[in-house]
Every structure is written in structure tokens, then in C-alpha cells.
Design a protein around this ligand. Structure first.
Ligand SMILES: *Cc1c(COP(=O)(O)O)cnc(C)c1O
Ligand SMILES: [Zn+2]
Length: 431
């Protein structure tokens, strides 16, 4: 099954490349290459597979112009993604190109003097960063002729898959832990596909999905984060591309990124490295910081203990979108944060709620619990001297607060409830 040679037909008009500049799947551990197909583990060593490219090197100015003339979605970066060139013609949610908000009020509050930005991915079509990864996996599913789109999800992914399948006219069947937030359950169900609650944690859901793939039932199914995971992961690179382009084609000093499975953090680093290799940005050091909830912090714990091995935990946190106790990309996250000189921190539920409110109060951005985790961790990193406040920092908000109302509802409500008279307003001390 391993291939040594990969046909180099890129840019030959007579031979369409369904995966654009992607050349093969390659093993992260041993480097063995495989044809682009719906597989996710190396057949030599069981290591995870990722997409390898023939990147369009040699003409950074031309590439930059081509990107800037592209659509205001992740598809402006199609020359760097495993997708066909005619992608705009296919029904999809066109995610991405979300706002990079200069967060001066939050910076002042946190004592940051080097500049602070919030990359606000709540602006995606289903209000989380997951639309990016699903859009790439959807294209792979179509190319492989898969007819059911599926996933194991901590909530946001289920909604993104349901919506993408609806737009593309595919069947969807998604799996979530049964006890998720109401906002996430409704979002996952409203698009009309099948939604199945599993009695167990996300890690149980994931194990169940792996079993389903091996069963005849799973034939023709594309599990975006399991058998399509190599393609799915590439969607996160677009966060790196957008941040650099929105800063005027340059890299920030620090990035604070949430960790669930660790895929997003890993692929943002891959995207930044590609930008440097392509000559689209100047090569300069950057530090990647990882953020976890204390109630599910296996990668943070390994980082602090100086371990290379991530020990699985049983999650117990309000940050359910990040509640993966056995993160697949944990070891790579440790490598990247250590290599770049960053760190990994965690915050408890009360700090998450405080940080959600801080971001809302200072910048008018209502993030979900994952946003509370990154902003809370940013604050902790500054307080503990691990992040230089004189450096330029980008912090990610990866989802919308409306999906996790339960986190703030008990401590957030009307200032007062009064009769509809001016006298009542005055009496309540509000004037
Ligand atoms: C899925 C998700 C992430 C990151 O997940 P990874 O598995 O680490 O890629 C971050 N934030 C939110 C809101 C998510 O739903
Ligand atoms: Zn291998």
C-alpha cells in the first residue's frame, strides 16, 4: 500500500487534481507515504497520518496576490489546502475570514502593552471554529464518494457537520455525549440529520465511532475527525493564514490557543511554518501557548511535570467543547509549545466564567466557555510571568457564548426588574 512515487500532475490542466496541491498522506512518526485515501493511521507503525504537499514555492508575490484576490472565506487559501481549484462552485458553508479584533480595552485590563488581538471565530456559519475543519473534510468525503457525513463530537463539531451535510445534500449522523449544553444539542439537531446521544463521555463516543468504522454499517461513512482526520486537521491551518494576513502578512509574537484533541494547535503551527517556507511572511520566532480547563488538563499537567507522555483523565469541567480526556495530538502539542518557548496553562471553572465576562465587558465579544479558557489562561500566563506583556499577542475565541449560556446564566441577569414608570426606575436607584 505504501507509495514511493507520487505523480506530480499539479497545474496540468488536462488532469484535474481533486486534492489541489496535496501530494500524499504521510506518517507523522515514520514518514511513510500513502496515497490520498480515507485512512488515518500508518500501516507501518500506526502513527497518525497528515497531508503532505507540493507547495507552490518560488513566487511569494504572485501567491500573495492570488490569495488577496480570492473569496472572503477559507477558500482564498485553496492553493495551500487539499481541495480542488473549482471549489467555489460546490455547495458548502464558506467558513472563515472571521474578524481579528484589536482588543485595546482587554489589553489595558491585563497589562499588555505590546498589542493584543482576539481572533473571533464565533463569526463562523455555525458559530464555532469547527466549520473550517468540516469544510475540508466534506470535500474529501465527496471526492471519495462517501455518502454519510459523521463525527464524534463535544458539541460544536456535531452542529458544523449537520449544517455542512444539509447544504451539500448529504446524509448526516452525528454522535455526542448525551449530557451536553442545550444550545449545542439544539444546534446539532436543527439541521435535520440524525443526532445520537451516547451514554458516556466524549472518549466513549470516540471509541464507539472507531468501532462503527470497522463495522459493515460504517461503509460509505465519512467520520470527519476519524477516518477523514488528516483532511479535517488541515482546516485549522486557515486560522494561521488569516491571522498573518490580517496583521499585514506578518507573524505575532505569541498565540494563545485552546486544546481539546490538540489538532487545532498543531495545525496552526503547521500553517505558520508553511507561511515562512513560502516566503509569505518574514521568518521570526513566535511562541505558542496552549490553554486547557483545570477539570480536563492532561496536556497542561504533562507540560508542567516535564513529561512527554499525556496521561488520560476523566473530564469534569464546564468547558465541554474542550473536554477530551485522551487527546490524540497531545504529544505533538507538548513538542510545539516547548520548541517555540511557549507554555501550557489551565484555569478552573470560576476563572473561566470570570474570563467570559471580562472579554464581554471589555470588547463586546461573548465567547463560549472555550473562549473563557483562553482569555483566563492568558491572564494567568501574564500573572505568573510566563508571557511577556510587552510582546504582541493573539488570543483565540473559538465559539459563541450563546451555545453555553448555562455557564454564565446563574450569575448574569437583569440589573433590576421594575414597573414601567419613571418613578420605579428612580426608586430602584438606577437613575
Ligand atoms: C473543537 C474545539 C476546539 C479545539 O479542538 P481540537 O480538538 O484541539 O482541535 C476549540 N474550541 C472549540 C470551541 C471547539 O469546539
Ligand atoms: Zn508510520
Amino acid at each position: 500500500m505504501a507509495v514511493q512515487t507520487v505523480a506530480s500532475t499539479y497545474d496540468t490542466p488536462s488532469t484535474p487534481r481533486p486534492f489541489g496541491p496535496a501530494a500524499a498522506l504521510s506518517c507523522r512518526e515514520c514518514g511513510t507515504r500513502f496515497p490520498l485515501s480515507p485512512i488515518f493511521a500508518c500501516q507501518e507503525c500506526f502513527g497518525p497520518l497528515e497531508v503532505a504537499y507540493d507547495l507552490p514555492l518560488g513566487d511569494p508575490e504572485g501567491l500573495r496576490r492570488r490569495i488577496e484576490a480570492g473569496p472572503t472565506s477559507i477558500w482564498r487559501y485553496a492553493p495551500l489546502l487539499p481541495v480542488p481549484a473549482d471549489l467555489a462552485d460546490r455547495p458548502n458553508l464558506n467558513p472563515g475570514w472571521t474578524k481579528l479584533v484589536k482588543a485595546d480595552n482587554l489589553a489595558r485590563e491585563l497589562g499588555i502593552t505590546g498589542g493584543l488581538y482576539v481572533k473571533d471565530d464565533s463569526g463562523n456559519p455555525t458559530h464555532s471554529f469547527k466549520d473550517r475543519v468540516v469544510a475540508i473534510a466534506l470535500e474529501a468525503a465527496r471526492t471519495f464518494g462517501l455518502t454519510t457525513l459523521s463525527c464524534s463530537s463535544t458539541g460544536n463539531l456535531a452542529g458544523a457537520v449537520g449544517a455542512a451535510a444539509a447544504r451539500a445534500g448529504l446524509r448526516s449522523c452525528v454522535f455526542i455525549p448525551h449530557d451536553l449544553e442545550a444550545g449545542k444539542v439544539v444546534m446539532a439537531a436543527v439541521y435535520g440529520g440524525q443526532l445520537v446521544g451516547i451514554e458516556g463521555s466524549y472518549d466513549d463516543v470516540n471509541r464507539f465511532c472507531s468501532e462503527l468504522i470497522g463495522d459493515p454499517i460504517g461503509e460509505g461513512w465519512g467520520f470527519v475527525n476519524v477516518n477523514l482526520r488528516p483532511y479535517y486537521g488541515e482546516g485549522s491551518k486557515t486560522l494561521a493564514y488569516e491571522i498573518a494576513e490580517q496583521l499585514g502578512w506578518r507573524l505575532p509574537d505569541n498565540l494563545v490557543i485552546p486544546i481539546a484533541s490538540g489538532s487545532q494547535l498543531t495545525k496552526i503551527d503547521k500553517g505558520l511554518q508553511e507561511l515562512i517556507k513560502l516566503g509569505l511572511v518574514e521568518d521570526k520566532p513566535y511562541k505558542i501557548y496552549g490553554a486547557q480547563a483545570e477539570g480536563c488538563s492532561p496536556v497542561s499537567a504533562a507540560f508542567k511535570a516535564g513529561r512527554d507522555v499525556v496521561r488520560p483523565v476523566k473530564p469534569d469541567t464546564i468547558a465541554k467543547s474542550l473536554a477530551i480526556g485522551n487527546p490524540a495530538d497531545g504529544p505533538y502539542v507538548l513538542d510545539i509549545t516547548r520548541r517555540t518557548g511557549g507554555a501550557i496553562e489551565d484555569v478552573d471553572d470560576a476563572q473561566i466564567v470570570d474570563a467570559i465576562k471580562l472579554l464581554a465587558r471589555t470588547e463586546g465579544i461573548f465567547g463560549e466557555t472555550a473562549g473563557g479558557v483562553t482569555v483566563g489562561v492568558l491572564r494567568k500566563l501574564i500573572e505568573t510571568g510566563q508571557l511577556d506583556p510587552a510582546a504582541e499577542t493573539v488570543v483565540l475565541n473559538t465559539g459563541d457564548g450563546l451555545k453555553t449560556l448555562d455557564a454564565v446564566a446563574p450569575t448574569t441577569g437583569p440589573t433590576a426588574v421594575i414597573r414601567p414608570t419613571v418613578a420605579a426606575f428612580r426608586e430602584a436607584g438606577l437613575a
